[in-house]
Design a protein around this ligand. Structure first.
Ligand code: ATP
Length: 351
């Protein structure tokens, strides 16, 4: 689908050092127009720095930033068609809701008061804050303040909105509501959102494309489903949801050996007897009577998680994690079955 869309932002070989420490190590990425793209990765991997390079707040040591094909590497932030929403809402405390949102329009100095009023009211309606115009921002809830910040970011119709962990300060329930709202908003405004989070569930929920980052570079780019189902390496597999990651040998096309057994899989194109890593998601292991299992193991621990039970099962020195709606007893010998579609093969990471 994406090849039909235009690239709106392109990063080419971006290198950023802080105090001689490499933070981005030659990062390249194309972002398509009207996409919801999320940078996902652990703290310190360089997500915010990448966002700031796009916004123009960090100047790369080398590499280029393109916007609609034009090199904007040296363009100051205010000349870019990009706005930013930060985790700390950074609202102006001395201005009410209306004036906070109107701020970007007033800077343009070409709209009359009537037009400004209309645009601000429209935008407040979009973010669900109609009627809040005269309210003081300091006594709004966190969620409402963030809506004001988003309205302010969108008021002058940027082509791209950068969002740096905007929901980080909200409680879990509100966070989930706002995730859906942000997705709806992005679609309604029909613009590109570039979003930063370290929360994998958030990334999977909202994004068209997830960019998984680690140590200043990109590990994998793909749709949430691709990233979840076909992680490219052990880092991505373990960062995106819980996983069983186990060493194996690709015996031939469609046949892999791990945990002391041979399994049919759907992967091919690996070398004969190539050493690989096998990823199996906890929810993809079927628990069966011991005698029927492809593998048998002893249940070590059972934890109730609300929707499922998480079981830790020891099998030949490896501890498997299994999610099941039915609990086995600690100490019980159980069988495990793994279907060909549930086995994901990755190249073995270098030692
Ligand atoms: P987090 O989720 O914790 O914000 P992140 O992935 O967004 O992490 P960055 O904020 O991009 O990571 O930071 C990457 C690295 O660069 C970190 O080690 C950080 O300490 C360092 N860093 C970021 N900004 C600066 C700066 N202005 N001066 C010096 N070091 C910086």
């Amino acid at each position: 689908m994406h090849d039909k869309m235009n690239e709106i932002v392109s990063l080419k070989n971006i290198v950023v050092d802080f105090d001689g420490e490499p933070v981005l190590t030659g990062l390249s990425l194309d972002i398509h127009d009207k996409e919801f793209v999320t940078f996902l990765g652990p703290s310190g991997c360089g997500k915010t720095t990448t966002l700031r390079v796009i916004g123009g707040f960090v100047q790369p040591k080398s590499g280029n930033v393109f916007f609609n094909g034009q090199d904007i590497t040296h363009l100051p932030p205010y000349k870019r068609q990009v706005n930013t929403v930060f985790q700390k809402y950074a609202l102006f405390p001395h201005l009410n809701v209306f004036e906070n949102v109107a701020f970007g329009l007033r800077l343009q100095k070409k709209l009359d008061e009537k037009e400004i009023r209309l645009r601000v009211q429209e935008m407040l309606e979009v973010v669900g804050l109609k009627g809040y115009e005269r309210r003081d921002t300091s006594n709004l809830s966190g969620g409402q303040q963030q809506r004001v910040a988003i309205a302010r970011g969108l008021i002058n119709h940027p082509k791209v909105l950068l969002l740096d962990e905007p929901l980080g300060a909200l409680d879990l329930k509100l966070r989930k509501e706002m995730q859906l709202e942000l997705k709806r908003l992005q679609q309604a405004m029909d613009i590109t959102f570039i979003y930063v989070t370290h929360d994998q569930e958030e990334a999977l929920t909202m994004s068209d494309t997830v960019v998984v980052m680690h140590d200043g570079d990109i590990q994998q780019i793909g749709s949430p489903i691709d990233i979840y189902n076909e992680p490219i390496n052990a880092f991505v597999a373990s960062f995106i949801g819980e996983s069983n990651i186990i060493d194996g040998i690709m015996l031939r096309d469609f046949m892999v050996e791990f945990a002391g057994n041979e399994f049919t899989c759907v992967d091919k194109g690996f070398g004969h007897n190539e050493l690989v890593q096998v990823v199996v998601r906890p929810e993809d292991i079927q628990v069966v009577p011991a005698i029927q299992g492809q593998l048998t193991g002893v249940v070590k621990e059972v934890i109730f998680k609300g929707v499922h039970y998480e079981m830790h099962v020891e099998q030949a020195g490896y501890e498997w994690i299994i999610h099941s709606t039915q609990a086995s007893e600690p100490g019980e010998l159980i069988g495990m079955c793994i279907g060909p579609d549930e086995i994901h093969i990755m190249q073995r990471a270098e030692a």
